[in-house]
Design a protein around this ligand. Structure first.
Ligand SMILES: NC(=O)c1ccc[n+]([C@@H]2O[C@H](COP(=O)([O-])OP(=O)(O)OC[C@H]3O[C@@H](n4cnc5c(N)ncnc54)[C@H](O)[C@@H]3O)[C@@H](O)[C@H]2O)c1
Ligand SMILES: [Zn+2]
Length: 344
């Protein structure tokens, strides 16, 4: 396994490895602390069983959770914690999430809660999980009142981004991860397109890690990770999720670039680079549904829980991405016209 890369995340008073490469799941067993006797693996039916690492000499139990956001719930967490208890898991043992963001969010939150905090490791099996969800320590579940409204910051003690997982990943899931990957090109302002996929994933992990290290609880810099997400979230919810998250983020990146041009923050050349990365590098040729009026979009963007005020955007500039508050609706509307001309 010559191509294995290790990114170290230093957060709070701990630090942990993220292994990126083919077969990365096999790196986890070596970093399991000696105190661990039992391992509770949390995964889903659709995640190929071959992606579950083996932990020789340890007592391993398997816990399947449902698929889809409806199962990302307190009920699932309760079921898991009860099963952990029946499997004899103590607070010195280990939870291992093997799956996409849904599994790692739920397994992470169950681990954060079980015995007031039990060690967790992740094998990220979706592209989105690798470059986003499994990194950074945000865990949680949905309630009918909102997505991810209950959760905890709980850092894993190791993560594996195993490229073996990508072979079975459905096309739609691949596109979701691609939208997030595209985002990192602009956060880092460097040419990720020249790297192979493994290198790009490792670099994205590193970029997210550095941001989380500087701002674990999302006071400032972590907001930059939401580049493309203000319009993205609104498009997702106004299309009842028929446009997938990563595709919506791709649209959001392009809209944000048009907005930055309108505000005199970047020039046409930088706008063109956004199109090159989104459509060229990642092949995300997504179109805006014609049924969404501008007014509804603005209202929906104002509802975005991650927006600092109703018209705050993360926007590009020659100095990099910045949080820009108080963007006037008139400017938004003009930029939206420019954006629609290219994307409908
Ligand atoms: N914690 C964070 O910082 C963070 C960041 C972004 C997203 N998220 C969360 O992540 C979730 C979305 O995660 P996702 O996009 O990875 O989707 P997902 O975890 O729901 O996975 C999508 C589907 O693909 C299947 N699957 C997973 N790996 C597979 C593989 N290798 N081969 C075949 N099928 C596979 C899953 O079983 C599932 O049915 C959302 O709940 C979102 O809120 C969390
Ligand atoms: Zn996202």
């Amino acid at each position: 396994m010559g191509d294995m890369r290790t990114v170290t995340v230093n957060v709070g008073h701990t630090s942990y490895p993220v292994f990126v490469g083919t077969g990365a799941r096999r790196e986890l067993a070596a970093v399991v602390p000696a105190s661990v006797r039992r391992v509770a693996v949390v995964t889903q039916d659709s995640v190929p069983a071959g992606l579950i690492p083996s932990f020789a000499g340890l007592d391993v139990s398997l816990h399947l959770i449902g698929e889809g956001e409806d199962h990302k719930s307190m009920a699932t967490v309760e079921t898991l914690c009860r099963a952990f208890s029946r499997a004899g898991l103590t607070r010195n043992d280990l939870v291992v999430g093997v799956g996409g963001g849904m599994v790692t969010d739920v397994a992470g939150f169950a681990a954060a809660s079980y015995h007031r905090g039990t060690r967790v490791m992740h094998v990220a099996t979706t592209l989105l999980g690798m470059v986003d969800a499994a990194i950074g320590g945000k865990t949680g579940v949905n309630i009918p009142e909102g997505k991810n409204l209950i959760g905890a910051f709980w850092q894993p003690s190791a993560v594996a981004c195993d490229l073996d997982a990508l072979g079975t990943l459905p096309e739609r899931e691949h596109r979701c991860g691609s939208g997030e990957l595209a985002k990192y090109h602009f956060i880092a302002r460097e040419d990720l397109a020249s790297l192979d996929l493994s290198g790009r994933i490792a670099r994205a992990v590193e970029i997210k890690a550095r941001i989380v290290e500087a701002d674990e609880r999302e006071g400032g810099e972590r907001a930059l990770l939401n580049y493309g997400h203000t319009l993205g979230h609104a498009v997702e919810s106004l299309t009842a999720y028929s446009i997938a998250h990563g595709e919506a983020v791709a649209l959001g990146l392009l809209f944000a670039a048009h907005l930055a041009v309108r505000m005199g923050r970047i020039g046409e050349e930088r706008l063109a680079q956004h199109y090159e990365v989104v459509r060229g590098t990642y092949g995300l040729d997504v179109r805006m549904p014609p049924s969404i009026p501008f007014g509804e979009l603005v209202e929906e963007m104002g509802r975005d829980k991650k927006a600092l005020s109703s018209l705050t955007f993360v926007l590009d500039s020659p100095a990099g991405l910045q949080v820009v508050p108080d963007v006037p609706v008139g400017v938004l509307e003009a930029a939206y016209g420019d954006f629609l001309a290219e994307n409908s």
